[in-house]
Design a protein around this ligand. Structure first.
Ligand SMILES: Cc1ncc(COP(=O)(O)O)c(C=O)c1O
Length: 486
């Protein structure tokens, strides 16, 4: 029934022509039509299957189709047939809001990717608030500059210089957490159909942010040294990309660091193909062993890197203070968008965080929390070695707050997390971190949330869960009950 014409002589890429034709169908009133499987349409049109897959992704990015896992891709009804707001709600971009609280009601939480309450310096922040209010008074209760509190921006530029990245103070914009920095970069750079390359598994709120601006997000594999740069090379050679998003240090969810050689390769590829990089540095300050690696921003000789960071993981997420640095033209755009979004980040809290951090205050705090996180990571690794089935694998990060568990064949992360929850243990199933959210054999465990003794108890119980599920899975494979867990 689909009447689609493709002009092979035209300049417009074939996948876009197919997407245009399909979009025309939605406009003409073909409501809720299920598109043929990509293989079938490709055979009918005499094109490569990947071309049709790209056309469907393009259509999804334009908000004109929806992918339903296991059921196919459906055209979206034309705007007139729907409630007026449904046009704005792209269900492929926004899944249900995430619970960012890390399951506080669990007996054992391996789910919270942020500092635990026993390491949050509440009393010191109260003193800092007192001090800045006494010193600067009501001025701190005004809006302040959209770019942020100057002493904090100066402090950040100084710290970045100490870490090897020369960033002029004028480049630093304070944001409401690094999530806002990611969203501002996406708004500044991305439009419908733009291709974003990132590591998969990856940070779900970045993936969703890019998609919410209509981008097509493409995942590339990573290993113990971070993103596989040979795959990145292939991807940027294949087709133009608009952005490369990377978490080079203590990646969420794998905990991996991008090796220095690969950092240089990424910059070289980005330079040769003219693709900007968004570097998400959110956990980099939490290195507790191994040698520090230079940031992409520090190595970048061509001004291609937008750098985003945050106080959330190194200090506290509740103040919602992060920052973004970018070279002049894009800096101006980010600043304009920042003002549109929320005028400015709380001046009072910026001043209090600056008061806390200055004169070595943050260094002292970091010494304390790094030692605690190292002890907690070691407690978890030790307990996993002792109690997890031999077939389970995991990463051993040198910092940050998370590690990544790979389950044996026959177990999926969702099933394990659900079973663990019945025993009072919270952890994140790995599928949350994949672009299409299909079930997969992984878990993300955070090691920050509990003192070492409780981590050991929780990991022992999780080991019991895993052993039980492995045994049931093996029994199923031996021909007994149907496979329960795949
Ligand atoms: C990789 C990564 N980037 C950014 C963020 C956003 O953090 P915030 O907005 O609190 O700075 C997080 C939070 O979990 C994260 O894991």
């Amino acid at each position: 029934v689909l009447d689609i014409r493709v002009d092979r002589q035209a300049d417009r890429p074939i996948f876009l022509q197919i997407a245009d034709e399909l979009e025309r169908l939605t406009v003409d009133g073909t409501e809720g039509l299920r598109l043929p499987p990509s293989r079938d349409l490709a055979a009918r049109l005499g094109v490569n299957r990947n071309t049709v897959v790209s056309a469907y992704q393009e259509l999804i990015a334009r908000g004109r189709a929806t992918a339903r896992t296991g059921r196919g891709t459906f055209l979206r009804p034309p705007a007139g047939a729907r409630a007026p707001w449904s046009e704005a709600v792209r269900d492929d971009a926004f899944r249900e809001p995430r619970d960012l609280h890390g399951a506080p009601d669990a007996d054992y939480s391996f789910a919270a990717n942020f500092p635990p309450e026993d390491l949050l310096p509440a009393e010191a922040l109260r003193r800092a608030l007192d001090d800045v209010l006494r010193r600067e008074g009501a001025r701190l209760l005004t809006y302040g500059s959209p770019q942020g509190y100057r002493p904090l921006r100066e402090w950040i530029a100084g710290e970045m210089r100490r870490q090897g990245a020369e960033v002029p103070v004028d480049e630093v914009i304070i944001t409401t957490g690094s999530q806002q920095a990611i969203d501002l970069a996406a708004r500044a750079l991305l439009g419908p159909g733009d291709r974003v390359l990132l590591e998969e598994p990856g940070f779900p709120l970045a993936i969703a942010a890019f998609r919410s601006h209509g981008a097509r997000v493409e995942g590339l594999p990573s290993d113990g040294d971070g993103l596989q740069t040979d795959r990145l090379a292939r991807a940027v050679e294949e087709a133009p990309a608009r952005l490369i998003y990377l978490v080079p240090d203590f990646h969420n969810p794998t905990g991996a660091c991008l090796s220095e050689a690969r950092r240089r390769q990424v910059l070289d590829l980005a330079h040769r193909h003219g693709v900007p990089i968004l570097e998400d540095d959110s956990s980099a300050w939490l290195r507790f062993c191994g040698a520090p690696l230079p940031s992409l921003r520090g190595l970048d000789a061509h001004g291609l890197t937008i750098f985003a960071s945050t106080f959330s993981k190194m200090l506290m997420p509740g103040v919602r203070i992060g920052w973004i640095c970018a070279p002049a033209p894009i800096r101006d755009r980010l600043l304009a968008l920042k003002q549109l979004t929320d005028c400015t980040t709380s001046l009072l809290l910026q001043a209090a965080v600056h008061e806390f951090c200055r004169d070595g205050g943050l260094d002292e705090h970091l010494r304390r929390v790094r030692a605690a996180y190292r002890e907690r990571r070691d407690a978890l690794l030790g307990a996993m070695r002792r109690h997890f089935p031999a077939e389970v694998r995991w990463t051993e990060p040198e910092g940050g707050l998370v590690l990544w568990v790979s389950l044996p064949a026959g177990l999926d992360g969702r099933g394990v997390a659900a079973e663990a929850r019945t025993r009072g243990i919270a952890c994140n199933p790995g599928d949350l971190f994949f672009i299409d959210a299909a079930p997969r054999g992984h878990l993300r465990l955070t090691f920050a949330g509990m003192p070492p003794a409780r981590i050991r108890q929780g990991a022992r119980l999780l080991g019991d869960v895993l052993r039980g599920l492995c045994e049931r899975s093996a029994a199923g494979r031996d021909g007994g009950e149907a496979a329960l867990l795949v």
